[in-house]
Ligand binder design. Sequence first.
Ligand code: GUN
Length: 294
Amino acid sequence: MEILDGKKISNQIKEEIAIEVNKMKAKGEKVPHLAAIIVGNDGASLTYVGSKVRSCERVGFESTLIKMPATTSEVELLNKIEELNNDEEIDGFIVQLPLPPQIDTQKVILAVDPDKDVDGFHPTNFGKMALDMSTFIPATPFGILELLERYNVETQGKHTVVIGRSHIVGRPMSILMGRKGWPGNSTVTLTHSRTKNITQIISQADIVISALGVPHFLKAEMVKDDAVIIDVGITRVPDETKERGYYLTGDVDFENVSKKASYITPVPGGVGPMTIAMLLKNTLLARERHRSKA
Ligand code: GUN
């Protein structure tokens, strides 16, 4: 069994990005600038966005964090998005999800300029991804592809079972794993809450990508020997013995599943840090595209 070490690989990617940023600086060019909007006070979202912004600083990007109150109206958020769309200083930006209930997430996704949509959530970018055109690939699926690639994991002809059909992870992942090329060329089954016989389907998987958010859902007896296990779940479980008041856990019973797997991602330290690294990569790509257009 080999650990797919997202922490190590994400640090390598950040070093590679920092080298590119240094080259830009040496030539006197503008460095990439990422902005992140967060609406409300959800603890996990604030932590994620905080680490996205800190990572920008570490690789030499400019970054802007825009915190808006939980009571923000849809119009106020759309106005802020329009401001960022028109701000030439900003190369890419994200609106952290989920949003408070008074805001229509679909309207928000549609409002982001596709050229600055480093999350890859806009239909233009999502459609390009599905059609194998060059675009921003959503950071979490992009990070999973990158991990598979850097560890030389065979995906061709394999049966990949994706658990969860969210627009952020499961749906794009199912498209990407079935694309021509590597990583890809997989036969994909996308499973979700209405799937019948889910355990039977999972037991046939060569590669399991779980993005469910149910702690310890995936047990050793559910997976094939030598399966590749990608755990996207990251749930805060209350624990008063911890200083933070919780611990983080994935969808996978790591202790037991790891004994059967050929490759497995840990939580934390697997997919999570890769998401941030790939967001930075998309922001670098956005800067390069803006420069070549200017
Ligand atoms: N919420 C959970 N994951 C993500 C992500 O990758 N991007 C944004 N914008 N929100 C998220």
